[in-house]
Design a protein around this ligand. Structure first.
Ligand SMILES: Cc1cc2nc3c(=O)[nH]c(=O)nc-3n(C[C@H](O)[C@H](O)[C@H](O)COP(=O)(O)O)c2cc1C
Length: 229
């Protein structure tokens, strides 16, 4: 296999994983994955990212606190800026992936209980054995660079995990009640919570894990400028 073929196999093969085996992930393997991920580029080589790798009782407390807060109607307290006006083609894609996932799981459109159950799974980080909370240095709060660099390292992280047989889902639901995450993951005050990544060994029997999401075509997304042809 060429280097390009090996790389493409990981990138094209990776899918978000939302069903995990009840099997621990070795700490050394997570450290190895993060070491590879941190080869990601960053602005001025700032490397403003930090990671809190959470499992066991601490993760159980985060799941519980996040879920309880949401069920009690506590407002979203994520530390990143949201965009609430999602519409048109972006809304279409959101609905498209939801339809794919619900279809795979056999959740009917009018089955409110099953839909609620799915949403709660998301808030529990899909019961993954590990959650990696990605944060950035607070001194960079307000810049767009810090989220950009966190995105680069998070993409590298999910691909490095996939290449080792581990599955991930980048999961903004899991940090909805960010004070709970901050408390139980013991996030230092000088770090801002960007996102979390649920990680574990994929459960091959979990239907949603087989879903392959769609992408825009290169023709739709790309303009070539200044080329002869
Ligand atoms: C910033 C970010 C936040 C996400 N949050 C969630 C989430 O809360 N719940 C979820 O099920 N998937 C979440 N996802 C996963 C996306 O739905 C998924 O990446 C997208 O549908 C493409 O599918 P794929 O990862 O299988 O290629 C998130 C992805 C990103 C990049």
């Amino acid at each position: 296999m060429t280097e390009a073929e090996a790389y493409d196999a990981v990138v094209r093969g990776r899918r978000s994983i939302r069903g995990f085996l009840d099997k621990p992930v070795p700490r050394e393997l997570i450290a190895e994955i993060l070491g590879v991920a941190m080869r990601a580029p960053s602005s001025f080589n700032n490397q403003c990212w930090n990671f809190s790798v959470v499992t066991g009782e601490a993760l159980a407390a985060i799941r519980q606190g996040n879920t309880e807060g949401i069920l009690a109607g506590k407002p979203d307290s994520r530390e990143f800026r949201r965009f609430d006006g999602i519409a048109e083609e972006h809304r279409f894609r959101q609905i498209e992936i939801a339809k794919q996932l619900f279809g795979a799981m056999g959740i009917a459109r009018d089955d409110k209980d099953a839909r609620q159950d799915w949403v709660l799974r998301g808030f529990r980080q899909f019961d993954a054995p590990v959650s990696i909370v990605v944060t950035y240095d607070r001194v960079l709060l307000g810049s767009d660079i810090a989220p950009f660099d966190c995105g680069a390292v998070t993409n590298a992280l999910v691909n490095a995990a996939w290449s080792r047989g581990l599955g991930c889902v980048i999961n903004s639901q899991g940090i909805m009640q960010s004070p709970v995450v901050r408390e139980h993951a013991q996030i230092p005050d000088d770090q801002v919570i960007m996102i979390c990544v649920a990680m574990g060994w994929p459960d091959e029997a979990f239907p949603a894990n087989a879903v392959v999401s769609n992408r825009k075509t290169v023709d739709e997304a790309v303009r070539f400028v200044g080329f002869d042809d």
